[in-house]
Design a binder for this molecule. Sequence first.
Ligand code: CP3
Length: 360
Amino acid sequence: MTEVDQMDNNGGTMVSPAWAESAFLKACRCEPTDYTPVWLMRQAGRYMKEYRDLRSKVSFLDLCQRPDLATEVMITAVERLGVDAAIIFSDILLILQPMGMDLEYVAGTGPVLHNPVRTVDHAKALMEVEPAESLNYVFEAVKATRAALPPHLPLIGFAGAPFTVASYMIEGGGSKNYRYTKQFMYCYSSAWHDLMALITRATVKYLNGQATAGAQALQLFDSWIGCLSPADYQTFVFPHMQHLFASLSADVPVIHFGTGNATLLKQQREAGGDVIGLDFRVDLSSTWDQLGETAVQGNLDPCVLFADPEVIQQKSKLILDQVRGRNGHIFNLGHGVLPETPVDHVIELVDYVHNQSTKN
Ligand code: CP3
């Protein structure tokens, strides 16, 4: 019996679902694949006309909170692009609403938290999250998207990692230098650890719930972790990440992603994750050598998609050539698809990766 087979109630072996042998999940397990699986962070979004049309009628929050629409957005993107995995249509900041935070997506600005956490008292007033109640719409979106996808396509659930989520809570939105976040961390270190523990507890339940609802893999987005020194990562983040990974009960692979984090990758790998995300600033081959036995995901610069198709192919080939001979590479961008990206270029990228990597 292979590890992907499941036992039925009578102890017999059930047939594995088709996704278990998908190129994406095989790569997560560092098994050989017939071609390199590819999907793109932010593969559903404003660069697609279908998305913009829908968004002209519904707010972003409504889109996330309506499982039927979240499913439609993701299925449309997956069908148009021909990618090897789907990710649920959602956002890393939805978990903040049930904590008591006032979240708004402002056109042209991005997410805004109107009641940022700047003092110990603010942090103490935050509420414990019970995702089964307050975030049930996300679990419904996972179920609906899973049901609408063909069985060979795996579905990825996701959450923001505690540092990145905490940075939004404390800054009140995006940030350049994370001044308030670091000030909180350095000045109120005990309250910082309490805050990270609160987010970690919520995230564990949230991710376990997404896996139970039907996700075949999970991704933790620590998008802004690269603003920390290795010493600060070790003190203020590492223990929480280690605890988070250890508390994930589902038997599904987890992708651990960050950006600007070349100096932290070894610590992040030690904290946990089956697949390590590589942004576009690192050299794939030598970084993978340093990380050792692990699957990796990345690492094309999203801006390459604005170049001519020949350049896109040349840059993609450089990545594929660096990987040749190794198992466990998932092709992706080093960060999400940018809003004005030409859709045709994205489709051509996916085709190119498939054709170029197919083993005869
Ligand atoms: O990858 C996908 O296609 C799935 C959907 C997805 C979204 N957000 C949809 C979204 C995912 C995986 C995310 C994760 C997310 N959200 C991250 C981590 C990834 C990264 O980019 O680093 C972060 C930091 C956020 C927070 C966030 N949400 C920001 C900063 C913004 C505004 C900037 C932007 O790109 O629009 C959002 C809004 C958001 N999340 C949109 C989408 C499609 C745009 C909303 C709209 O105006 O229609």
